[in-house]
Write a protein that binds this ligand. Structure first.
Ligand code: SF4
Length: 267
């Protein structure tokens, strides 16, 4: 993974998602919709007003998203969501057009990737990075074999929300550019055990794969004690743990930090 991608933009072409696995139970999209009093169900996927943001220009004709940005893509939905199948081809086209940016999306639907790819994808666009999200052993064992076989140039594993110990070692191969681990946020968050985090770190060190502890979650169990961590400290506390391994300046935007605005929507 390049360390040159140190600044990032956000692009949310659609919003809303359906829950598909245990990690979705307290999905931040649903929590934020509720917090903002959205009148549209969070499971209704709709295009946003920023659908074509990557090709939007300012008055001086420059792109709104500057060249060289890491673009956090589709983080209040899932980029491979079935409901968005009709819209995705335009997104691929915009990514192709903005080869000067790196687009990064996470997905719990890696099983749908083959169905969603554009004709000229080949072994993957050079400027698209995909994070396969897993939350427990069952989802790791289902999704990661598919992910490892998929034609993608830049692959990361996002372990979030971590809700159980996971043996990732069968999947820690050279094509994985980073493993990023985080606990769950929100008042109903399931506890994340620091031992689970350290165990994944150990596996990454053994396989020489970059590891990042990106956030603690709201409830962290350490040395048998439960710590409740307020939202604003979940990133910084993880950083303070100082257990990242081989990661550079690159900094992955953390999805639940994003605060969408109702004005982002098309009606
Ligand atoms: S956005 Fe992610 S966590 Fe939320 S329902 Fe969709 S797949 Fe699940």
């Amino acid at each position: 993974m390049s360390e040159n991608w140190v600044t990032f933009s956000s692009w949310n072409p659609w919003h809303g998602c359906t829950k598909i696995s245990p990690g979705c139970r307290y999905c931040y999209v649903y929590r934020q919709d509720e917090m903002y009093g959205s009148e549209v169900g969070s499971d209704i996927c709709r295009k946003t007003a920023n659908f074509d943001l990557p090709i939007k220009r300012r008055r001086d004709k420059s792109y709104k998203i500057p060249s060289g940005q890491l673009v956090s893509t589709c983080f209040t939905s899932d980029f491979l969501l079935e409901d968005a199948d009709d819209w995705r081809p335009e997104c691929w086209e915009m990514m192709r057009q903005r080869s000067d940016c790196l687009f990064y999306f996470f997905t719990k639907r890696i099983n749908r990737l083959a169905h969603c790819l554009p004709d000229d994808w080949g072994e993957g666009y050079h400027n698209v990075m995909v994070g396969c999200t897993v939350e427990n052993q069952a989802m790791a064992d289902y999704r990661l074999p598919i992910f490892l076989d998929a034609p993608i140039r830049h692959k990361t594993i996002i372990v979030a929300p971590l809700i159980g110990s996971i043996d990732l070692s069968p999947y820690l191969v050279d094509s994985i550019e980073e493993v990023s681990v985080g606990g769950e946020s929100g008042i109903y968050a399931r506890p994340c055990h620091y031992d689970w985090v350290l165990d994944i770190r150990r596996q990454c060190v053994e396989h020489n794969i970059p590891f990042r502890f990106h956030q603690t979650g709201a409830k962290l169990v350490k040395d048998g004690r439960l710590y409740r961590i307020r939202r604003q400290y979940q990133l910084s506390q993880a950083h303070k743990a100082n257990i990242d391994y081989l990661v550079g300046n690159y900094y992955a935007p953390e999805t639940s930090e994003y605060r969408w605005e109702p004005s982002d929507y098309h009606d």
